[in-house]
Write a protein that binds this ligand. Structure first.
Ligand SMILES: [Zn+2]
Length: 219
C-alpha cells in the first residue's frame, strides 16, 4: 500500500505510519492524519499502465481523458426484446389511435407506463449497443459523461473536494448493470459507471486515484 499526505500530497514513508494507533505523520509538512482514512490514495500501478480493451486513455496538456465503452452482450437480448415489447404495447395503444385518427384519453393514460418503460429500457439498450462513459480531469476540474454520441448526461466534480474514490456495490439491478459503480465521495457523492465492465471500471478507478494522489505533489 502506498499512501500520500492529505495536506501536501507527498508520499508518506512506511516508518511514519503506525497501524496500531491508526496514525500517519508527514515528515514534509508535519500533517498528522488517520491511516484508515488515507486508503484511497493507494492505486494499482500495474492496472493503470495498460488500459483494458474498450478503454482509451490519453494524457495531454489539456488534461486526462478516459473513454470507456459500455458495450455489453446483453444488447443481443435487449434490442429484440425492446422492439417486440415497445412495438406491441405502444403500437397497440398509440398506433391504433393515430391509425384511426381518434384520440382515446383512457387508452392514452394506460399507455404512459409503457411509454416510460420504453424510454428507460430503450436508453439502457442503447448504452449496451453503443454507449460510452467519458471521464475528463484537468487540474482539479473533472467531469463524467455517460451517453451515446453527443447525447447524454454530464456531471462535474472537483477532485480536490473528493475524499474517497471507491468501487461500490449498487442496488441498481437492471439488465446490463454490473452490480457495482465508481463512487466519488466528498461533500457530495457522484456515482457512475454502473454499466461498465469490471475491468474497465477498475482501470478508471485506479487512474482517478493516481491523478488524485499526484495532485499538489512537487511540480
Ligand atoms: Zn504533508
Amino acid at each position: 500500500m502506498k499512501f500520500s499526505c492529505p495536506a501536501c500530497r507527498r508520499p508518506l514513508l512506511p516508518e511514519n505510519l503506525n497501524v496500531q494507533t491508526d496514525l500517519a505523520l508527514c515528515k514534509a509538512c508535519g500533517q498528522v492524519a488517520k491511516l484508515s482514512e488515507l486508503a484511497d490514495a493507494d492505486f494499482d500501478a500495474a492496472a493503470v499502465s495498460q488500459p483494458p480493451p474498450g478503454v482509451i486513455y490519453s494524457e495531454t496538456t489539456g488534461g486526462h481523458v478516459i473513454r470507456a465503452t459500455t458495450r455489453h452482450p446483453i444488447a443481443f437480448f435487449l434490442v429484440p426484446f425492446m422492439m417486440v415489447w415497445s412495438g406491441f404495447s405502444l403500437g397497440g395503444i398509440y398506433g391504433s389511435q393515430i391509425w384511426n385518427g381518434r384520440f382515446d384519453l383512457i387508452k392514452s393514460l394506460f399507455g404512459l407506463p409503457f411509454l416510460g418503460g420504453t424510454v428507460l429500457f430503450g436508453s439502457i439498450a442503447l448504452m449496451a449497443v453503443c454507449g460510452q462513459v467519458e471521464v475528463r480531469v484537468n487540474g482539479a476540474e473533472g467531469s463524467v459523461f455517460a451517453g451515446v454520441g453527443p447525447f447524454g448526461w454530464r456531471r462535474r466534480f472537483n477532485l480536490d473536494e473528493v475524499d474517497a474514490i471507491e468501487d461500490s456495490a449498487t442496488k441498481m439491478n437492471y439488465p446490463g448493470s454490473q452490480g457495482a459503480s465508481i463512487v466519488l465521495r466528498g461533500r457530495t457523492v457522484l456515482r457512475f459507471g454502473t454499466n461498465l465492465s469490471e475491468s474497465r471500471r477498475y482501470f478508471i478507478l485506479n487512474v482517478l486515484r493516481r491523478i488524485k494522489a499526484g495532485r499538489g505533489s512537487i511540480a
